[in-house]
Write a protein that binds this ligand. Structure first.
Ligand SMILES: [Zn+2]
Length: 295
């Protein structure tokens, strides 16, 4: 039994009269539809599907003059099933009264070129199984194009191919149809992987943490080294300032005398901008004479 989102999930308007319930003995099967938006713009999120359903309901009721949105149930790509008219109420989707009485109508929320997802196929199989519980003789699964008196492309090539491959047929074997033993095996596998991952994460975090601590210790060491250099430069400047004038150029002190330290200010730790080779002339680029070294 599939869990169906109620009509309130898409803010449905109440139906306007309607054809009533299907006659169980007349029902031959379910017809698969798509919205036929003519667009490749996907409708995937819950909010997007809800809003699209409401829009189609408005179109069917206000423009086409029908009692309600035409389909019985919708299934989206996330595998959500949505109650539209519901499986017991006759649809208005299949083309005329005769085919509406003989078939149910399931809407797949697919756009042009879009493949039905595994989740959509699995839920649709569940919907068809529910349909067959209500209509035991209604076992056929048809694309709309196979029953509509007038031609239609509905429900599109990918869904038509999936119907032909039996992928909407209950009991169709796919990965999500597992025996209880397979299910237990998968559960054990996932648990083992989860534990292994937790252990790996723990080890990885410890490794990262020790790297951070090492980098921090290195930063502290570098900072101390720079502070020592600044102290040494300040001491050298102080010594130079007290040197005899004969050592100074043009009678001007080469280095400003350091100001008396302000007890309220932090010491200036910036390194003096020293030129290590003040008398070395800048290297001149050799004049180009056009000669090129031969190889
Ligand atoms: Zn259709």
């Amino acid at each position: 039994m599939v869990e169906y989102l109620p009509r309130s999930a898409w803010n449905a308007r109440p139906p306007n009269g309607g054809p009533g319930n299907l006659t169980v003995s007349r029902v031959e099967g379910a017809v698969i539809h798509w919205p036929g938006t003519g667009s490749t713009s996907v409708i995937h999120s819950k909010a997007a599907v809800a809003s699209a359903l409401r829009g189609w309901q408005d179109y069917h009721m206000d423009t086409r003059g029908w009692s309600d949105i035409a389909y019985q149930v919708a299934v989206d790509q996330a595998g959500r099933a949505w109650t539209l008219r519901g499986l017991r109420t006759q649809s208005g989707a299949n083309g005329d009264t005769d085919v509406n009485e003989r078939y149910g109508a399931v809407l797949l929320i697919l756009v042009t070129g879009e493949q039905p997802s595994a989740a959509m196929k699995a839920t649709t199989r569940g919907v068809i199984a529910d349909f067959r519980r209500i209509y035991p003789r209604g076992t056929a699964i048809r694309p709309h194009s196979a029953v509509r008196p007038e031609p239609t492309d509905c429900p599109g090539d990918p869904a038509r191919a999936a119907i032909a491959r039996g992928e909407f047929t209950p009991g169709h074997s796919e990965d999500d149809d597992m025996t209880p033993a397979q299910m237990q095996e998968l559960k054990n596998f996932i648990e083992a992987r989860t534990q292994a991952y937790a252990l790996w994460t723990h080890r990885q975090l410890r490794k990262d943490l020790s790297a951070v601590v090492k980098a921090y210790a290195l930063d502290i060491k570098n900072y101390e080294r720079q502070t020592d250099a600044a102290d040494a430069a300040r001491a050298a400047a102080a010594v130079w300032a007290t040197a005899p004038r004969s050592l100074q150029v043009d009678g001007t002190p080469a280095v400003d005398e350091p100001a008396a330290p302000d007890p309220n200010a932090d010491p200036d730790l910036s390194l003096p901008d020293l030129d290590p080779f003040p008398d070395t002339p800048a290297e001149e680029a050799p004049a180009s004479n056009g000669d090129q070294p031969t190889a």
